[in-house]
Write a protein that binds this ligand. Structure first.
Ligand SMILES: Nc1nc2c(ncn2[C@@H]2O[C@H](COP(=O)(O)OP(=O)(O)OP(=O)(O)O)[C@@H](O)[C@H]2O)c(=O)[nH]1
Ligand SMILES: [Mg+2]
Length: 286
């Protein structure tokens, strides 16, 4: 059988996390239309007759390191690639023009001898397309696959390509002892990621980049309800106001959306107490 580690890399917002979720058939990595939704590498295991793949979903690299958060996030992705993976899946979004970010990621990828697959995502969108701008990259890669992660299109072709380049080996993870494909996310982290996703989806402009979510307490009550206490931390009072919203409507919306998804994921009733705090040290939680 085959076994190995596969890194999903590419600039922000190309659809790496969407692909991971579709490959696994369940959500392990949060997604949103905002760049740098993923903040740390998410590891998850995929298994079938041909073998086992440990996928690493990485945060999209920013070309301009605007702040401490972006710097931290970029470093994590570069470390993942450096640490040695068996196959690199490099994803591009043909609906967006090639930009400097692409050169940055490509520069990192070029340095490795690892087999590389170029994935052109979002083929469900016909126009706009800047696919010609990505053509020159094709020769840098061992294989090119066009997919739509969102519509679950051509995913088997991508898996075939990955297995072609994956080395023979023993399983890396003993899946008999794990209950979910996510490997480095405990329930507190998973819940805080879901909350952060709902904040990303609801908040506009720069606010998402000035927040993080922290889960303080999870309690299973005898009545079958799971009580969760969590906080959204933000860097400044003006953001706090925007997160709370008029009459508390924004925080209510974020909280309700997170609760609904957690209820479906856990198949249990969930009570979520979500508060907002200004915390100058919020970045320590990123
Ligand atoms: N139309 C279309 N949209 C897609 C496709 N794949 C992903 N998206 C959308 O693209 C946006 C970004 O997707 P993500 O999966 O969060 O992207 P990412 O590469 O993980 O982004 P970062 O974590 O920020 O690096 C979301 O709004 C997705 O719904 C696709 O195949 N077609
Ligand atoms: Mg992501």
């Amino acid at each position: 059988m085959k076994a190995g580690v596969v890194a999903l890399v590419g600039r922000p917002n190309v659809g790496k996390s969407t692909l991971l979720n579709i490959l696994l058939g369940q959500k392990v990595s949060i997604t949103s239309p905002k760049p740098q939704t993923t903040r740390f590498p998410i590891q998850a295991v995929y298994e079938e007759e041909r073998g086992q793949i440990v996928f690493m979903d990485t945060p999209g690299i920013f070309s301009k390191v605007r702040d401490q958060v972006a710097a931290r996030i970029n470093l994590r992705t570069e470390e993942t690639i450096d640490r040695g993976v068996d196959v690199i899946v490099y994803m591009v979004d043909h609906t967006r023009e090639r930009a400097e970010e692409e050169n940055r990621v490509l520069g990192i990828v070029r340095k490795t001898k690892t087999p590389k697959i170029l994935v052109i995502n979002k083929v469900d969108i016909i126009s706009p397309s800047h696919i010609v701008q990505y053509r020159f990259m094709e020769e840098e890669f061992d294989k090119v696959v066009k997919i739509s992660a969102l519509n679950n299109k051509h995913i088997p072709l991508l898996l075939d390509a990955i297995f072609d380049y994956l080395p023979e080996g023993k399983p890396i993870v003993d899946t008999a002892n794990i209950v979910q494909p996510g490997l480095n996310l405990d329930s507190k982290m998973f819940i805080s990621e879901i909350i952060r996703e709902k904040a990303f989806l609801n908040l506009r402009r720069e606010v998402p980049y000035a927040i993080t979510a922290v889960v303080d307490d999870i309690e299973e009550k005898e009545n079958g309800v799971t009580y969760i206490k969590a906080r959204l931390l933000t860097s400044a009072d003006r953001y706090k106001g925007m997160i709370i919203g008029k009459n508390g409507e924004m925080i209510k919306e974020i909280s309700m959306a997170a609760r609904k998804e957690l209820e479906v994921a856990a198949n249990k009733k969930v009570y979520l107490e979500l508060t907002v705090e200004t915390d100058p040290h919020w970045i320590d939680y990123v």
